[in-house]
Design a protein around this ligand. Structure first.
Ligand SMILES: [Zn+2]
Length: 149
């Protein structure tokens, strides 16, 4: 027994046209008879479990798109500067150890100052690019406002 998807009248299983309202439809297959291979099952499970990562990816893509080329490069520079200073800090500490001057205070201050400098420069560049982005949006909004008037 199957039912018309339009009016709900009960119809024979193989019916493709409703005898009451005349709607045409594909006969609804018996769920027990649908062949569901295990490979397909795994695929559905996989897409379900990783359903979060495409969202994160599109969110990042949207963020990157909103940045525009200039601000994206500026942010890449900011991250590069931070990584560069972190590497410099590590190299400085290694050279201190190699020269036998690796007292706790010297290691800490060398490492800390380099990392701090990297964070400060990186954040300044990052914030400047955000400021540029903000001004760009403000400018575009003003331009649209003057267009409307
Ligand atoms: Zn019908």
């Amino acid at each position: 027994m199957t039912y018309c998807p339009k009016c709900g009248k009960s119809l024979p299983d193989d019916a493709t046209v409703c005898s009451a309202c005349g709607a045409t439809f594909d006969p609804i297959p018996d769920p027990d008879l649908i062949f569901d291979p295990p490979q397909n099952n795994q695929k559905t499970k996989k897409t379900k479990s990783s359903s979060k990562s495409p969202e994160v990816r599109t969110a990042f893509q949207k963020w990157a798109h909103d940045q525009g080329m200039f601000c994206l490069i500026a942010k890449a520079v900011a991250v590069t500067v931070m990584v560069f200073y972190l590497l410099t800090a590590i190299v400085s500490v290694i050279s201190l150890i190699a020269n036998g001057n690796a007292t706790g205070g010297a290691v800490f201050s060398t490492f800390f100052l380099d990392v701090l400098a990297g964070i400060v420069y990186g954040v300044i560049i990052w914030l400047l690019s955000d400021a540029v982005l903000y001004l760009q949006k403000l400018y575009e909004m003003k331009k649209e406002e003057t267009k409307k008037q």
